[in-house]
Design a protein around this ligand. Sequence first.
Ligand SMILES: NC(=O)C1=CN([C@@H]2O[C@H](COP(=O)(O)OP(=O)(O)OC[C@H]3O[C@@H](n4cnc5c(N)ncnc54)[C@H](OP(=O)(O)O)[C@@H]3O)[C@@H](O)[C@H]2O)C=CC1
Ligand SMILES: O=C(O)CCCC(=O)O
Length: 492
Amino acid sequence: MLDTNTDLKSLLKDPSLLVTKAYVAGEWIDADDGATFAVTNPARGDVICTVPDLSRAETARAIAAAQVAMKDWAARTGKERAAIMRKWFDLMMANQEDLALILTAEMGKPLPEARGEIAYGASFIEWFGEEAKRIYGETIPGHMRDKRIQVIKQPIGVVGSITPWNFPNAMIARKAGPAIAVGCGFVCRPASETPLSALAMAVLGERAGLPKGILSVVTSSRASDIGKEFCENHAVRKLTFTGSTEVGRILLRQAADQVMKCSMELGGNAPFIVFDDADLDAAVEGAMMSKFRNNGQTCVCANRIYVQAGVYDAFAEKLAAAVRKLNVGDGLNDGITTGPLISDKAVAKVEEHIADVLKGGGKVVTGGARHALGGTFFEPTVVTGVTQEMKVATEETFGPVAPLFRFETEEEVVEKANATIFGLASYFYARDIGRITRVQEGLEYGIVGVNTGIISTEVAPFGGVKQSGLGREGSHHGCEDYLEMKYICLSI
Ligand SMILES: NC(=O)C1=CN([C@@H]2O[C@H](COP(=O)(O)OP(=O)(O)OC[C@H]3O[C@@H](n4cnc5c(N)ncnc54)[C@H](OP(=O)(O)O)[C@@H]3O)[C@@H](O)[C@H]2O)C=CC1
Ligand SMILES: O=C(O)CCCC(=O)O
């Protein structure tokens, strides 16, 4: 069996970025009781290393340290905080290759995608570091002659963060960026599948000069315990979560006990609509990026592809041809476009959705089965003849299945696209300007991609409506979730 740990260490220019301790209150620690859990490589199935399995006690220490550290951190000028964050960004980019190797090893996405994620994650540290200088308040004309009204914005307090495995770097960066930039202490609990990217980021944060306690990384296999500590510890004033709607609901209920401000970036069920006036080649290219990026494992991946009847067959043929060119394998190898799925459970869900389509009369055009490589590798798949009654119409597949629904009219497709409890990302391809305007306004989603399959950038507000979540990440709006407004009435 390949020893991934040795392999990985020998691949890194800076092997000290592969860390097997947790980072709490500025110290690299083991669990109080010495417990550990294994991190595995989903492409090879072997153990990379073990990391400390922390409990509520160590989490409480991280929170207490964050509360102390943020007094001085918040008192610094935005420019002082920005300088350290700029250094953190520079270090992430200088170590992009090593960070990408660690990410691919623990998560499975191909190395070029991992490099892209590191640059994407780093961009949030850069962007929010710059925003640290622009936490503006306002002056409001007084309501009486002797009154002066001022509004200032202050850091909300200690932030608890829980993130998923699908973007082990970027999901943390886009929460840590605004929190730390505005002066908060930040305690993050990365997904148990992917703690190594978070720890490597913390090494670089420490080197950049983040004061002890401002950033802690609590590695733990006991997510619900850590979630409870975040929700029950009175020092935590904000919870930020990315993951499933199901877990988001649990956390919202728990956070209600101390009326905690929450940001929730939850599940999606993105429609991707191709109208008959669309540039079909561009639409295929956009669908490939939106559907097969990260092997279909993103909350903004196209989940339902609606194609107008006049171009349905041509689109299906072109898409299937593009899908057949995908190269499945270990993301650490050259030329791989598509890695493994994260777990057996993920493969089971993909199989369930395909079986349901076939049961309802749909057809597999390409793919449709586990890949010959074994493990959690799955063939990139296109299915046709998909209808609103099938599971894929209402549930997120989170895998490499492109289901093609047929539609006739604009009105019909907007209604179908909106017929979901989710409202994160949506996409459509069309050229008629009247149609573009009507459809972009009619889609009940936080994000609409028009003639593009990629919408992610640090400069825009990312987030969903309906049961896809609360709050926005990225852009100048991204700071607001980590700030409290204080109104000061001065009588003169
Ligand atoms: N919006 C998005 O970006 C994402 C959506 N999903 C959707 O969710 C499905 C399931 O994926 P999964 O990874 O299991 O998503 P989860 O929502 O279960 O996990 C996301 C994070 O929450 C943690 N967690 C799980 N249960 C609790 C709890 N009770 N209290 C506190 N934290 C908790 C997980 O920990 P641990 O790592 O230990 O499991 C992980 O860190 C996917 O198939 C997809 O449909 C998944 C990931 C991201
Ligand atoms: O899947 C997610 O959790 C976030 C999508 C990644 C992105 O495009 O920002």
